[in-house]
Design a protein around this ligand. Structure first.
Ligand SMILES: CC(C)(COP(=O)(O)OP(=O)(O)OC[C@H]1O[C@@H](n2cnc3c(N)ncnc32)[C@H](O)[C@@H]1OP(=O)(O)O)[C@@H](O)C(=O)NCCC(=O)NCCS
Length: 175
């Protein structure tokens, strides 16, 4: 799996040794906003093992978001496999340590992930699933060029599907 670099970030594959730092993040209710709830250490390990399993099978997965200045793991951004209304989709997903919110960091990461999806992995389409009330997440999706596609019920919550297809990405001139 590739390593992506941006001005402030390194996006690298997850490893099992990330469990302590990731567990600290996933125990934080702000980091886990708009999810089913915080994770225990065991749940975090299970989550990491799933991501590492995808990596090992050559499948798209989430990247660990490393803040270059301090070399600290501050969140994740990358690909997550979703099955929605009978179709398999690749989601661009992201969560960031609250200390770093509203500095454009996730947008910076998600742009690199988006370009990797279309330029290197040749994916036809990526989506983001966004809770109706999650304005920051919607802004990130919009800033990377995604547009609203439809509303679905996802894990019991009204959820907006944002999407970007390869042709739209090419038209953005980001290739
Ligand atoms: C969603 C999340 C990753 C965004 O990360 P971030 O690095 O702060 O995002 P950015 O700084 O790139 O962009 C955030 C945008 O939301 C805007 N925003 C934040 N709070 C807002 C509010 N209450 N009302 C309106 N806009 C808001 C910011 O102004 C910014 O938009 P702008 O550049 O147009 O000004 C972060 O908020 C997070 O981790 N939230 C909890 C987990 C989560 O919800 N993940 C997504 C699940 S789908």
């Amino acid at each position: 799996m590739a390593i992506l670099e941006t001005r402030r970030l390194i996006l690298r594959p997850f490893r099992q040794q990330d469990v302590d730092l990731m567990s600290e993040l996933m125990m934080n209710p702000d980091f886990m906003r708009f999810s089913l709830g915080v994770y225990s250490r065991e749940q975090t390990l299970e989550f990491l093992n799933k991501l590492i399993g995808w990596q090992n099978r050559g499948l798209p997965s989430l990247f660990a978001m490393i803040f270059r200045n301090t070399a600290v793991l501050i969140g994740y951004c990358g690909f997550y496999h979703q099955h929605i209304e009978q179709s398999d989709d690749i989601e661009i997903g992201y969560r960031l340590h609250p200390h770093y919110w509203n500095k454009g960091i996730t947008t910076e990461a998600a742009r690199a992930v988006r370009d990797h999806a279309f330029r290197d992995l040749k994916l036809p389409r990526v989506i983001s699933l966004i809770h109706y009330d999650n304005i920051p997440s919607r802004r990130v999706a919009e800033k990377i060029g995604m547009t609203f596609e439809k509303e679905i019920l996802f894990r019991g919550s009204p959820t907006q599907v944002f999407a970007l297809i390869r042709e739209q990405w090419l038209a953005m001139g980001a290739a």
